[in-house]
Design a protein around this ligand. Structure first.
Ligand code: NAG
Ligand code: NAG
Ligand code: NAG
Length: 365
């Protein structure tokens, strides 16, 4: 009775709410997007846009506590840079500050806040004695992202070029990093992104998206003698057949964990009348191993990044080549909606395997 009258009251006032996202485009634009909800209908629109992340904004990270958006520029010519923007309560960005970063085959740290004259606090430079099995992509070390482990004690960087997961211990009092031995993965895997899960039984697992091998590797993470982490391979799963007719082959791109599900984007499988894939896997509560559950359309091509909102109810996919953000809903059982609840085209479309189109999407939370 109580819940019936509450529901009736909600529908009478036409309940609406809004969430904010940020998306970057290789044209140089950073967009603030409003996702409004009225009843069960969503609408997604551009609220504002700004430049200031250099020529090729490639990756966004949002710090909700400080209301700061960070963006890295992967420009191939001239100097690379990292930028910060302040977000107001509606997600409108201002105060772009850009600092130079050293280029290629490095992981660098910066003390915050950034200033135009910020210099790296630390700089780690990697080298290889020769190219890896995929000479085109593995000509040099290519650390693809940095990701903190679940306790914030260790930082990990999948290195696509060197077939390594590079690891550091974080000295929390100073922000300095102390290098641990890198973890070797099979030659030619091309690790690109990683997502950790701390299981309720205390076991730690990590899911590594291997772009070049087009698979997801599941490792158990242990800390022998309480020190640097070790990875033990539990399984490799390759649920996405290589589509030889699609240009450049099929590639797993990114992975995220939500409760007892793992989600992944897949580029160039073209399984949905030419559109690519977002896939869901269930996670075994004891071992952390995964089973394929379903594939849904990413509602565009070349899904480079995706992000799940804090409530765990919406998944935003950034399709690079079609330059759109499509938002799928996630059911309480982890199932993805077949149709997007909202979908928006941003800027110009890109070209297969080029640094153009949409690069990154994150929720402002
Ligand atoms: C951090 O490490 C750098 C060298 O990588 C060193 O010069 C600096 O003193 C360290 N900072 C602190 C606070 O320990
Ligand atoms: C493979 O990709 C082509 C486009 O390049 C597409 O037409 C075809 O349907 C895809 N095949 C499968 C099995 O997804
Ligand atoms: C593919 O994605 C585009 C862009 O979102 C959309 O307009 C189109 O309807 C999609 N087609 C299919 C078959 O999913």
């Amino acid at each position: 009775m109580l819940s019936y009258s509450l529901l009736a009251a909600i529908s009478l006032v036409g309940f609406s709410s809004a969430e904010t996202l940020f998306a970057s485009h290789y044209s140089g634009q950073i967009y603030t997007l409003d996702l409004a909800k009225s009843g069960s209908a969503y609408s997604l629109s551009v609220a504002s846009k700004i430049t200031g992340c250099g020529a090729l904004p490639a990756w966004l990270t949002y710090d909700a506590a400080g209301s700061m958006l960070y963006c890295s520029d992967e420009t191939f010519s001239g100097g690379a840079s990292i930028s910060s923007f302040k977000a107001d309560s509606k997600g409108v960005l201002s105060n772009a500050i850009k600092a130079s970063t050293p280029q290629t085959s490095k992981v660098t740290t910066f003390k915050l806040p950034l200033t135009a004259s910020s210099k790296p606090q630390q700089e780690f430079t990697f080298t290889m004695s020769g190219p890896g099995p995929n000479a085109g992509r593995q000509d040099a070390p290519h650390p693809h992202e940095v990701v903190l482990g679940p306790n914030g004690d260790f930082l990990f960087a999948p290195d696509l070029g060197a077939d390594l997961i590079r690891v550091w211990q974080v000295v929390k009092s100073t922000g300095n990093l102390t290098a641990c031995p890198a973890i070797k993965v099979p030659a030619g895997n091309g690790p690109r992104h990683a997502a950790f899960k701390k299981m309720s039984n205390g076991r730690m697992v990590v899911y590594v998206a291997n772009e070049l091998a087009n698979n997801i590797a599941v490792f158990r993470v242990t800390y022998p003698n309480g020190g640097c982490p070790a990875f033990q391979l539990l399984e490799d799963i390759t649920p996405f057949a290589n589509n030889a007719t699609a240009p450049y082959g099929t590639k797993v791109a990114e992975v995220h964990v939500l409760a007892d599900h793992l989600y992944s984007t897949v580029r160039n499988d073209k399984s949905f009348s030419g559109n690519d894939t977002v896939a869901a896997f269930s996670i075994d509560g004891v071992t952390g191993e995964v089973d394929f559950v379903e594939a849904q359309s990413s509602w565009g091509t070349y899904p480079r990044t995706f992000a799940i909102n804090a409530a765990g109810t919406l998944l935003a996919v950034g399709d690079q080549t079609t330059a759109n953000v499509a938002i799928l809903s996630i059911g309480s059982d982890g199932a993805l909606s077949e149709e997007p609840v909202a979908n928006i085209r941003l800027g110009s479309a890109g070209h297969a395997e080029s640094e153009d189109g949409l690069s990154s999407v994150v929720w402002a939370e």
